[in-house]
Structure formats: structure tokens, C-alpha cells
Ligand binder design. Structure first.
Ligand SMILES: [Zn+2]
Ligand SMILES: [Zn+2]
Length: 273
């Protein structure tokens, strides 16, 4: 059976400029295949190509089959296959709000979500917020496999973040307190990939190591017993912490006073530290 894909050709020029998904410059040029992402130049389009082409061709095929308006186009990032468009059904919950039903894809019970309201790669706020939702296994990498799909999208970037388990992305109208869902598009897709590049599934706090305590150099005069019994040298260079008791309990000598040098001495038990 022959399969023919429809290529829409150049998109009609929008009445107002859109913004390049790569550099954020104003532009009227949409991708001729999906007509959903805009590029200011061939160079910007080329730089987005490896990411964009993963969903571009299926985008309008998907658009033409819109189910009832309780469903919204979303993106599923499965663990071991390519990103795909899905219809995410929303249902009214007990509290009266519509919530997406992610149960066909997220089987791990209660979910976490992140709201993307700013693209830090493009350094601009998003008109509409995008949400990432994922199972609670995300917080325990031993329970969920590495999400190779997300990893492959960010493979060309120097990112340290690893996501586990499937992740679903959906969009809502408005930025701060959105209430209405909308179909996700290819501009959102680029914002999501930028987010994956800069963010992990949760904030991981790392406690920086404590700075080393300052030390002061000194000379340890080893007794004959230490030299004979333990092979120590007679005058041994040592470093003491600033908090060492020698600086509070030591005695000085008249020689030190005459030389006007701050020499402090303290008796040490033989073979002690
Ligand atoms: Zn551009
Ligand atoms: Zn496209």
C-alpha cells in the first residue's frame, strides 16, 4: 500500500512577525512542512534541524485528526523510543478543575510537574506556560529507567541532567495562572528541549566542601627518645591549625622577647602528634 505524505509548501505570511525559535529574531518564515516553527534564516533552521525533524513531519498529519475538544495535543517522551505526539484527554476532577489523564503513559501513581514559563536559552518569557509531568519514580533513579529519548535530544549539549521514566509535556494558555489547555506546537517543542538542557527533574542540592582550615608552620623539636626509638629527625617541620591550643596556652621565652620574634613553645608528650 502506497503511503503519501502531504507537504504543505510555503506557509502564508503571517500578519505580524513571529520569533525565530533559535535566536528569537523577528521573522515571517515558517517551516514549510509543519508551519509551526519560525526561523529567521537558513542558518537558524539548519541549527535546529536535528531536533525539529524528529516531530516536524508528523505534526500536521496529527493536526488533521483532532478528537473532541476535551483532548489536547501533547508530547510524550518515552524512555526507549522517539518523542511522539499524543492526544491527552482532560477530565474534570473532584475539585472542579480539568486535569490531564496521563494514566495511559504514566503508571507510577502520583505525579510531579514542572512549569516552564521562561526560556533561559533564548532569554525570553513564554506567552503560554508549558508543563512537564512525570511519575514519582522520577525521584528515584533505581526505580525508573533512564529516559534515553530526552538524553538523545540533549546529547549535543553539555548537560549533566538525567531524566528517568516517561515524561509528558502539555501547554496551557497564559503564563502565570493559566486555566485553559491548548494544543502543544513545534515552538513549544524547542522551548522544552532548551529546558531539558538546563534543568533536571528536581533541584539537586549539593553542599560545597568546607574550605580547609588555615594552618601555621612551626618546628617540632623531637626529644632524644623520639629520635632513637622512632627514627624522627631532631628538628621537624610541622603545620598547626590556627585553632591549636599553642596559640592560647603556650609560653614564650625571654629569648623570643629579646629577638622580638613571636616564638611560642609548648611541651609535647613524646611520640605524640
Ligand atoms: Zn534565528
Ligand atoms: Zn517543521
Amino acid at each position: 500500500m502506497a503511503f503519501q505524505r502531504t507537504i504543505l509548501g510555503p506557509a502564508p505570511r503571517p500578519t505580524s512577525p513571529r520569533f525565530c525559535v533559535v535566536c528569537n529574531d523577528p521573522t515571517y518564515q515558517a517551516c514549510p512542512v509543519c508551519r509551526s516553527a519560525y526561523y529567521c534564516s537558513a542558518a537558524c533552521r539548519q541549527s535546529d534541524r536535528s531536533i525539529h525533524t524528529r516531530l516536524c513531519k508528523t505534526f500536521f498529519d496529527f493536526e488533521s485528526k483532532h478528537p473532541p475538544k476535551t483532548h489536547f495535543r501533547a508530547i510524550l517522551f518515552p524512555c526507549a523510543s522517539r518523542a511522539q505526539l499524543i492526544w491527552l484527554e482532560t477530565r474534570t476532577g473532584e475539585e472542579g478543575h480539568r486535569r490531564p489523564d496521563t494514566s495511559p503513559w504514566l503508571s507510577s501513581g502520583s505525579e510531579f510537574s514542572q512549569r516552564i514559563e521562561y526560556d533561559y536559552v533564548l532569554d525570553k518569557p513564554l506567552l503560554d506556560a508549558v508543563y512537564l509531568t512525570y511519575g514519582k519514580d522520577q525521584t528515584d533513579s533505581s526505580k525508573a529507567p533512564l529516559n534515553k529519548c530526552i538524553r538523545s535530544h540533549t546529547a549535543t549539549e553539555a548537560t549533566q541532567y538525567k531524566w528517568h521514566g516517561p515524561v509528558i509535556a502539555y501547554a496551557m494558555q497564559g503564563n502565570k495562572n493559566p486555566t485553559e489547555y491548548r494544543d502543544i506546537d513545534m515552538k513549544d517543542f524547542r522551548h522544552i528541549i532548551n529546558h531539558f538542557t538546563l534543568n533536571g527533574p528536581q533541584i539537586e542540592l549539593t553542599i560545597p566542601p568546607a574550605p580547609p582550615e588555615p594552618t601555621i608552620k612551626g618546628i617540632r623539636i623531637n626529644c632524644i627518645g623520639d629520635v632513637a626509638m622512632f627514627g624522627k629527625i631532631h628538628y621537624e617541620q610541622i603545620e598547626l591549625l590556627e585553632t591549636d591550643s599553642i596559640f592560647t596556652t603556650a609560653s614564650s621565652s625571654q629569648i623570643a622577647a629579646r629577638l622580638e620574634l613571636p616564638l611560642l613553645t609548648r611541651f609535647c608528650v613524646p611520640h605524640s602528634l
